[in-house]
Write a protein that binds this ligand. Structure first.
Ligand SMILES: [Zn+2]
Length: 493
């Protein structure tokens, strides 16, 4: 859960795009800025920009921007220089680093481009960053996202407005992306090809050594393998990764006119921006110790039932029962009072209120009620509580398929009542892991480096973020090496 989050409790995702979608009804024919071919589009350029602006606000609210003005300015300057030479120089281009540990980059319609701090920490020079930004700029100049959004809108018109509770249980495993799922559009192979080629052009225009792109993909592959169990970095899951991607990029590189040997790499300059950067999950935005959840920034704690599978995402904190038939979820519910928030929740279509109460919870103003709701998975029953604390209202909900509430009632109540103020200074003052740089004073291997300058991550992970293939390979004296210090051990991180 992030502090900036002002998420509507169980809101339909992507309210912004839906609102725009309603005003966009007529097919129009637009010329593709790069190919020059005319194509059917539901979205004019001004609508495209409007969508991007709306979605960019949601990105800032739900994911949050990384709090380092120097890093932001660095990425923005590089991106804008490249975009100014693209086929769509007049778009209101913006480039930001989002406060997300995942390795990802994405483009919104209209020229709003994001890289995660996780990606910044995983790459090693400016040329790599330039190829990533160039690739995302390419998706915008080719209007790939607009083509996708046109389809998404069509689908939306066909589906109509679904139940707000629909598929909530099924989506448990994908909580991280519920709010912003449409931002992370999957592009087709052709679109990826076009974006790669365009990205190379934009990076070459700035004289970067675009061969570094292969290192980016090697790093992504290694991150996904290290994650195990098919856990893909976000960028790979939204940017399909044919097995021959690296080969394909190399074949594109072969066709390029300019000699990339003389290109700029700028390793040391780039690494100066990564020095001190937050690495991995930021415990200040909430962390688990066993079943106990602490949120230092919002100063609350809560205890989930023992043995439940728990998850902390930007949108919500949630736990699922071992039998996978009950969920307890905590999210921000806005500024409304607990009573107002409860009324809003219970007046939704398909939701029936049961017995309610306005008894306080650990001294905090609260409104609670049993409820029953119709979902696509059938009828669910549960308890919902809204608690006012620290100037915002939290929504806590436990629910299970109808008929099972009897066996979960006490568990739901106990978990909801565990929500309380966090006062323990040792929990309030946790700090995240950070990247440090060390310039080697002599030749050594990464293994030797790691024993001389221990990191709070594994040697395997250290090798990935330093783009060192084999930890036993000697690194030359004077080489700048990243290490990760501090932080706390987090399960599943
Ligand atoms: Zn892509």
């Amino acid at each position: 859960m992030t502090r900036r989050l002002a998420y509507t409790w169980l809101a339909r995702p992507r309210a912004g795009l839906v609102a725009v979608g309603v005003t966009v009804g007529l097919l129009s024919c637009a010329r593709n800025p790069v190919t020059g071919k005319s194509e059917l589009s539901l979205v004019s350029e001004s609508q495209e920009i409007q969508m991007g602006q709306q979605a960019s606000k949601e990105v800032a609210q739900s994911i949050g921007l990384y709090n380092d003005a120097k890093v932001q300015a660095y990425v923005a300057n590089l991106g804008k220089r490249m975009a100014a030479n693209s086929e769509r120089p007049k778009l209101p281009w913006e480039f930001h680093v989002v406060d997300d540990a995942a390795v990802n980059a994405f483009a919104l319609p209209g020229g709003f481009i994001y890289v995660t701090r996780g990606l910044m920490a995983s790459i090693n020079n400016e040329a790599e960053l330039a190829t990533v930004l160039g690739h995302e700029i390419g998706h915008v100049t080719y209007r790939h996202s607009v083509q996708q959004i046109s389809k998404a809108q069509l689908a939306q018109l066909g589906l109509g407005i679904g139940s707000i509770l629909s598929a909530d249980i099924a989506r448990f495993g994908q909580l991280a992306s519920t709010g912003l799922s449409i931002l992370f559009l999957k592009y087709g192979r052709d679109a990826e090809n076009q974006a790669d080629q365009a990205g190379f052009r934009y990076a070459l225009d700035q004289n970067y050594d675009v061969r570094e792109m292969t290192d980016v993909f090697e790093t992504l592959n290694r991150v996904s393998q290290a994650g195990g169990g098919g856990k893909l970095p976000e960028w790979l899951s939204t940017h399909p990764n044919p097995e021959n991607r690296i080969e394909r990029i190399e074949s594109i590189l072969d066709t390029l006119q300019r000699d990339p040997n003389r290109g700029v790499v700028d390793r040391e300059e780039y690494l100066q921006y990564v020095r001190g950067m937050t690495y991995g999950l930021d415990p200040r935005q909430g962390y688990f110790e066993g079943a106990r959840f602490y949120h230092p920034q919002m100063k609350f704690q809560m205890t989930f039932p023992e043995g439940w599978q728990v998850q902390n995402t930007a949108q919500a904190v949630a736990g699922m029962s071992p039998n996978q038939d009950a969920i307890i979820q905590l999210a921000l519910a806005g500024q409304a009072s607990p009573t107002q928030a409860a009324q809003q929740f219970l007046s939704q279509q398909g939701v029936q209120a049961g017995q309610g109460s306005t008894a306080s919870i650990n001294g905090l103003p609260a409104a609670s009620s049993y409820f029953q709701a119709q979902t696509e998975q059938g009828t669910i029953q549960g308890i919902v509580s809204f608690i006012s604390y620290g100037g915002v209202t939290f929504g806590l909900m436990g629910y299970t398929p109808a008929g099972k509430l009897g066996s979960y009632d006490q568990i739901f109540q106990g978990t909801i009542r565990s929500f309380s103020e966090l006062r323990d200074p040792s929990k309030l003052n946790v700090s995240p892991a950070r990247i440090e740089l060390v310039k080697l004073n002599r030749q050594m291997t990464l293994e030797q480096f790691n024993s001389q300058y221990p990191s709070s991550i594994s040697l395997e992970e250290l090798a990935i973020i330093n783009e060192v293939e084999e930890p036993a390979t000697p690194l030359p004296a004077g080489h700048m090496v990243k290490r990760v210090v501090g932080g706390i051990r987090q399960p599943g991180s």
